[in-house]
Write a protein that binds this ligand. Structure first.
Ligand SMILES: [Fe+2]
Length: 339
C-alpha cells in the first residue's frame, strides 16, 4: 500500500489531526481517564504453542499461566501482563476464532475505577461483568461491535511477587465498591523492563491495538465517552480515530470496517528501543524464518509487521522525531496498513 494511496484517503475524508494531548473536547467530565493501554487479551487456537511463539519470537517473558482455564500471560515488565491469551476451545474461549478477546485500559487508582463505575452505572452505561484478579480490579464492557474492553486498576504494587508461575486461585465475586477501594497508585511509573535476549524481537511494551469496526461512530463514543480515552488524530466523522491515555501515548486505533476491511483486530503494536534494535530483530527474523510481512519507514515512526501463528498481525516500531504534522502522516502511512 503506497503512501500516495493513504494521502488520497486523507484528502477524500478530510481527516484533521487534533493534538497529542487531551483537548478542550476532552476536558468534559468523563467516567474514566485511563493512563494507557495496559494489555491486549487474545483468543488463540493453542495456548501452549502461542505462549512459545510470544516468548521466542515476540520476545516477552512468561508472567504466569492459568492452565485450568487454558490461559497464559506475558510481560517484560511494563505492567503485570502486556499480552494475555485464552484458548478458543477452552472454558474462556467460547469457541471463538483467533483474534481479540479484549483490550484493557489502566487507570490511576481503584478509587478512580469505583468512582467512574458508579457514575457510569447511574448514567445508564451497561457493563458485562466485573472481576477481582487479585492484582487488579476490573470492569468489562463492550463497544458497539461487541469488542470487549476492560477498565482496571492495579491493587498490588509488587505484582511479580504476587502473581507468577501457575495460578489456580479462584476469583471471588466482586464489583467496584464491594471492598474499600485502594487510593494509592499501584502501577510502576518507571518499570524495570526485561529483555528475552534469545528472542527475535525485544519489545519494551505492547502499546496499542488497532480495531476495525462496523459501527464506527457508536464505537467512537464508547471509547471516547465511556472508556474516556482522548482523541489524538482522526475523528468521529473521519475514516479513523486514534486515541490515547493520559500518558500521552497512542493506545487504540479505530477504523471503519469498509472497503473490504474485515471488522475485528487489525494489529497489536509493540514499542522497541531504537533503530539498531529493530535492525537486529529484522536480521534475527530472517535467520529464524519469521516472515516480515511489511515495513514502513517514516520520519516520525519506523516499523515492521509480522503475523503470529494464528495470523494475528503484530507491529514492532520505534518512534523518531515527535511532532503533530509528522505523526499525522505517520498514522496515514502506517496505521492504515490493514490489508
Ligand atoms: Fe484483561
Amino acid at each position: 500500500m503506497s503512501a500516495y494511496h493513504h494521502v488520497s484517503v486523507v484528502t477524500r475524508t478530510g481527516i484533521v489531526i487534533v493534538s497529542m494531548t487531551q483537548t478542550a473536547d476532552d476536558a468534559a467530565p468523563k467516567f474514566f481517564q485511563p493512563r494507557r493501554l495496559g494489555h491486549v487479551n487474545l483468543v488463540v487456537a493453542d495456548v501452549e504453542r502461542s505462549m512459545d511463539f510470544y516468548m521466542q519470537v515476540v520476545g516477552l517473558e512468561e508472567a504466569y499461566r492459568r492452565p485450568q482455564v487454558k490461559a497464559g500471560f506475558l510481560s517484560n515488565g511494563a505492567t503485570h501482563h502486556d499480552i494475555g491469551m485464552v484458548e478458543s476451545g477452552g472454558p474462556l474461549g467460547h469457541g471463538r476464532p483467533a483474534g481479540l478477546n479484549h483490550t484493557a485500559f489502566e487507570l490511576e487508582t481503584e478509587v478512580d475505577l469505583v468512582d467512574g463505575y458508579e457514575r457510569a452505572i447511574a448514567a445508564g452505561v451497561k457493563f458485562e461483568r466485573t472481576a477481582d484478579h487479585d492484582i487488579a480490579h476490573s470492569a468489562y464492557g463492550a463497544d458497539a461491535d461487541g469488542n470487549e474492553y476492560e477498565i482496571y486498576a492495579d491493587v498490588i504494587y509488587d505484582w511479580r511477587a504476587a502473581r507468577h508461575g501457575v495460578v489456580t486461585k479462584p476469583k471471588p465475586n466482586w464489583a467496584p465498591g464491594l471492598t474499600p477501594p485502594h487510593a494509592e497508585r499501584n502501577y510502576h511509573a518507571d518499570p524495570e523492563i526485561r529483555r528475552v535476549e534469545d528472542a527475535v524481537f525485544h519489545p519494551l511494551a505492547a502499546t496499542h491495538a488497532v480495531l476495525a469496526v462496523e459501527n464506527f461512530e457508536a464505537a467512537f463514543d464508547d471509547y471516547h465517552d465511556v472508556v474516556g480515552l482522548g482523541l489524538v488524530a482522526g475523528g468521529r466523522e473521519a475514516a479513523f480515530a486514534v486515541f490515547g491515555g493520559t500518558c500521552g501515548t497512542r493506545s487504540l486505533g479505530l477504523f471503519r470496517a469498509d472497503s473490504g476491511r474485515q471488522p475485528g483486530l487489525q494489529h497489536v503494536g509493540f514499542k522497541v528501543a531504537d533503530d539498531a534494535d529493530l535492525d537486529d530483530s529484522i536480521q534475527r527474523a530472517a535467520k529464524a524464518g519469521v516472515a516480515i510481512e511489511g515495513t514502513f519507514d517514516h520520519p516520525a515512526r519506523r516499523g515492521v509487521f509480522i503475523r503470529d501463528i494464528d495470523d494475528i498481525r503484530l507491529q514492532f516500531y520505534v518512534d523518531r522525531t515527535p511532532g503533530a504534522a509528522a505523526l499525522h502522516s505517520a498514522y496515514i502511512d502506517t496505521a492504515l496498513f490493514l490489508a
